[in-house]
Unconditional design. Sequence first.
Length: 121
Amino acid sequence: MKIFGREPALISAFAASAIAMFSAFVLPLSVDQQGVLNAVVAAVLGVVTAVVLKSDGLSAAILGLAKAALAVGIAFGLAWSPETQAVVMTFAATVTGMFVRTQEVAPQPAVVRGPSEPYAV
């Protein structure tokens, strides 16, 4: 699978080196902040991969991205309590579940039986 004509691992490596360059020459970032940004890149690539491959793991990939985004906020000074973080993640899981539920289809079509037809046991 390719994104913009490139393998996801290559895009991830490019992003990691770009983050390191940005940190070295523009805005000094801590090692933890760089690591969290790299985790977000990996999470975004996971979502893109799940969407492109029409994977069953789309909701897990989206929730992973939400967790990574929350980690970025915390690494850059977001001062949310654990309770607030839990509420935000619960909301993200609910919204993701509502979206994914509308996108799923049954593997077998529904069988409509007449009133005189017996049910298989």
